[in-house]
Write a protein that binds this ligand. Sequence first.
Ligand code: NAD
Length: 480
Amino acid sequence: MFNLQNYIGGELRAARSGEYLHNYEPATGAVYSRIPASGPADINDAVEAARAAFPGWAGMAARDRGAHMLRVAELVRQNLDRLAEAESRDNGKPVWLAREVDIPRASENFRFFGTAAEHFSSEAHQMADGSINYTLRRPVGIVGCISPWNLPLYLFTWKIAPALATGNCVVAKPSEITPTTAFLFSELCREAGLPPGVLNIVHGDGAGAGSAIVSHPEIKAISFTGGTATGKHIASTAAPMFKKLSLELGGKNATMVFADCDFERTVKETVRASFANQGEICLCGSRILVEESIYERYRDAFVAEVQKLTVGDPKEPTSRQGALVSEAHMQKVLDYIALAREEGGTILTGGKRVYPGGRCENGWFVAPTVIEGLGPRCRTNQEEIFGPVVTLQSFKNDDEAVANANSTQYGLAFSMWTESVHRAHGLARRLDCGIVWINTWLQRDLRTPFGGMKNSGVGREGGWEAMRFFTEAQNVCVGA
Ligand code: NAD
C-alpha cells in the first residue's frame, strides 16, 4: 500500500484535508494504493502556483518551452516499462497493450506539441487600402484539463501538451480510478526541470476536485474528456462563466461492413476495432452493420475469431483481454448484456463474467460478447456500453446503412470496410460523425482534427485545432 501525492508548484504533497481515496487493481479486485482526496482548497493552491508561473512560461521563447516538453517526452520514453506496468495495474489492460500503445503515445503527445510550439503561426489579412490585420494568438492563461480512465496517461498528456505548448499554465486532474501514471508523470516533470507551477496535477474525484476546477473563476478554459452526462454537467457550470470549453464525450460507433470488403482482413481488423482495450475505447465500434448478402458468413467468421481472444491476467503476454476498470463498470456491462437478452437479443458468444483463477480469482473480467437479433432502436443499440460487447445487424443497401449508423444521439468515429473507394468516399460525407475510417481503425495522425458531432462533444482536439483552442485570438488592425 502506498500513497500518491499531488504535484503543486513543483512540490509533491498530500491533499490539505489529509484524506485519501482507495485505488484498486482491477485484475485482483484489491486496494493497492491511496490517492489524495483533493478539494477546492487544493485547487486554489494549484491556481496560485499557476498564476505565479504564468508570466515566465508565457513569455518564454516557444523554442525553450518546446525544449522543456521534449525533455519530458524523452523521460516518458525512458520509463516505458515502469509506466506500462503501472498503467496495466491501474486500469486492467494488458501490459503489452500499454507498452505498445498508451505510453509511447503519451511520449509522442509531448514530442508532437513540443515541436508544434515552434511552428505555430497566425494569419494576416490585407485590405484594399493597404491596411493590414494580423492575428495574435495569446495563451488563455490558466486552463483546466480533466481526463477519463480508459487511456489514462495517453489522454491526460493529449490535453496538457497543447495547453503548455501555447504558453498556458495548467491545473490537471486524472481520473480517480486510474491515477498512478499521472503521479509518476509528475515525478518525471520534476526530473525534467519543468518550471514549478507550469503544470499542477491534483488528484481526487469529480465532485471534490473536478468540479472545483470547473467552477474556479481564474481557470479560463476547460478541456474535458469523459462521459456525456458529466460533460453536460460541466457545461452547465462553465458556460455561464463564459469559459472556453472543449468536450470529448461518449460514443456508439458504427462499423460498416460491405459485401465487397477484403473479407479476411476485415474480420481480423473489426475484431480489434470491437474489443481493443476490452472495448473501453471511445472509438471502438460497438454496432457492426453488415451487408445482407454476407451477413451469415461474416457473423460466423467474426464469432470464431472473437472466441480466440484469451481473457486473463493483464501481466501475461498471452492475454488479449484484461480486466474491466472497476467493479461498478463490470456490473454496468453485465446489466447491459442482461438488457440485450430482455430485448430479445441472442448471445452468440460470451455474455458472462470470467474468473481466470490464481491471483485474478476476484478480478473484474467479462468475456468478449457478440449479440444479434436486435433492431437499431432498442436501448442496447442506442446507449453507450463502453465494454467488450458488440451487436450485429444487417442492411440491404447504402441508404439503410447510413440511416442506421446515424440513428443514435452520438457521432464520434465510424469505420467502413469496402474495396470500393468511390462508394466509401460518397458515403463518408453522409455520416454524422467527427471521424471516418475507411479500411482502417484507430489509425491516428496527431495533426488531424479529433472529436465528435452531436452528443459526442463540442470542439476538436489535435494539431492546430488544439493549439487554437488554448489561445485567444486578438485581431490587430494597422491602418494604411
Ligand atoms: P466520467 O465522465 O465519469 O469521468 C471523466 C473525468 O471527469 C474523471 O476525471 C472524473 O473524476 C471527472 N468528473 C466527474 N464528475 C465531474 C464533475 N462534476 N466535474 C468535473 N469533473 C468531473 O467518465 P469516465 O467514466 O472516466 O470515462 C468514460 C467515458 O469517457 C465514456 O463515456 C467514454 O466514451 C468517454 N471518452 C470519450 C473520449 C473522446 O475522445 N470522445 C475518449 C475517452 C473516453
